[in-house]
Design a binder for this molecule. Structure first.
Ligand SMILES: NC(=O)c1ccc[n+]([C@@H]2O[C@H](COP(=O)([O-])OP(=O)(O)OC[C@H]3O[C@@H](n4cnc5c(N)ncnc54)[C@H](O)[C@@H]3O)[C@@H](O)[C@H]2O)c1
Length: 401
């Protein structure tokens, strides 16, 4: 393997230690990496899971790499989208793996975004009670977050991640050059997670993003930031942080919860806007602003905290206010609005109601991750509903267009 510019993270968990390799262009070295790293006895077959969109862009890369391997291989391409992370598709993959006569010593490769990674990880963790798993993440979300840490899942009846396992991969290979083909909405998705790492763990990440955004002179700022070689260092920092948190709390009973900063608000926003009007990252981006406001209103943080977020959003052209229109479009599309517009107050109440279903709420208490300042998170229990109300309302633009 060519070690030039290669970043290696040694992830350590209770069940397994594994390596995360990060380098632009690493896709060209996949055959050597697999053979050098996974020196596996009885390793005969590769089963690669991807999706149609990734296949249409990177089919040639996938085929070239598989053809160079001295093993037989087969691949399975899902359609793209969250709904493909289903138990029905998991069953189809199991059946195809049985047909291919895949054994425990063989290897499953997840080549794609978080959807592919989650379902391929789930299948790998359960097929023959656990088969070797390699992640090759191709979205920003998957590179900085979902491929690391061993959470796998499928959705059931629209309940997200209803069934899943903790199953650490055996190897992760991150090639940031895969990100150049991402559409802007997917970059925002991942950028929200990157900003989250900066806000919760390391404010230098926020400073770096700002610096990169300012240096983009033409074209899309998000694309410019993503293709700057300095951004690869940010990816490396985020992966290191995730690996460190997972090492401390693999089963998500303590500090791993910190990775949910902005997500309690975000999940409720996703649920209440529904119908794909707001993607996960956009919802988390708004959720972080709400969490910043809740930190300020409850007296935990200074007023200046919010500006840290709004400055970055403004530089990256990410929206700072959530338009009330989104709630109304969602109601109207679902046929529930009877063409009546929801007021800001009613929207806020719906979001709070939705939060009560979040896993961090019990019937009597709630739990939030707030910030004293960037890099200093705190768990807050039983946050007053009035504070919640104001924090949400501050971030909704009441104007109905
Ligand atoms: N396991 C975890 O710890 C964890 C953490 C965060 C999110 N997740 C899960 O991850 C999923 C979201 O992942 P995601 O945001 O990567 O979405 P995704 O996998 O749906 O990918 C988003 C879109 O980008 C396309 N795509 C992938 N790579 C591309 C590339 N290089 N160029 C162009 N298009 C590309 C995909 O085909 C898809 O249309 C959710 O299911 C979420 O629950 C899991």
């Amino acid at each position: 393997m060519n070690m030039d510019k290669l970043r290696v993270i040694n992830a350590k968990t209770l069940n397994r230690d594994y390596k995360i390799f990060i380098k632009p262009g690493l896709r060209l070295e996949l055959p050597e990496i697999i053979q050098d790293t996974l020196k596996l006895k009885g390793f005969e077959k590769i089963y690669l899971v991807t999706d149609n969109t990734v296949m249409s862009i990177y089919g040639e890369t996938i085929n070239k790499f598989l053809e160079k391997m001295p093993f037989s291989y087969r691949f399975f391409a899902l359609k793209q989208g969250e709904e493909q992370k289903s138990i029905d598709n998991a069953k189809k993959i199991y059946e195809d793996m049985l047909d291919f006569n895949l054994h425990r010593n063989d290897i499953v490769i997840a080549f794609g975004g978080g959807v592919v990674g989650d379902i391929a990880g789930f299948v790998a963790s359960t097929f023959h009670r656990g088969i070797r798993l390699m992640q090759i993440p191709t979205t920003l979300v998957a590179q900085v977050d979902s491929s690391i840490g061993g959470k796998t899942a499928v959705n059931i009846n629209n309940v997200k991640n209803a069934v899943g396992t903790f199953y650490q991969p055996h190897l992760i290979v991150i090639d940031p050059l895969f990100l150049v083909t991402l559409p802007e909405s997917e970059i925002i998705n991942g950028m929200a997670e990157v900003i989250k790492y900066g806000a919760v763990f390391n404010k230098n990440i926020l400073l770096c993003i700002k610096e990169l955004a300012v240096s983009v002179k033409s074209g899309s700022v998000l694309k410019g930031v993503l293709s700057d070689t300095r951004f690869y260092e940010i990816i490396h920092k985020c992966c290191k942080l995730k690996a460190m948190v997972v090492k401390k709390d693999e089963y998500d009973t303590g500090c791993r919860n910190l990775l949910n900063f902005g997500h309690t608000f975000g999940h409720a926003l996703e649920k209440e806007t529904g119908l794909n009007l707001l993607n996960h990252g956009q919802a988390v981006a708004h959720g972080m602003l709400m969490a910043a406001d809740a930190s300020i209103i409850s007296g935990i943080a200074k007023v200046s905290l919010k500006k840290i977020f709004t400055d970055i959003y403004s530089l990256l052209n990410m929206p700072e206010k959530l338009s009330l229109n989104i709630f109304n479009q969602s109601l109207n599309k679902a046929g529930k609005g009877m063409n009546k517009d929801l007021s800001t107050e009613a929207a806020v109440k719906k979001i709070i109601q939705s939060m009560e279903f979040d896993k961090k709420f019990s019937s009597k208490s709630n739990k939030f991750i707030l910030l004293k300042e960037a890099g200093k998170p705190v768990f807050v229990y039983n946050l007053d509903k009035g504070i919640l109300y104001d924090a949400i309302k501050n971030n909704i633009s009441g104007e109905i267009k």
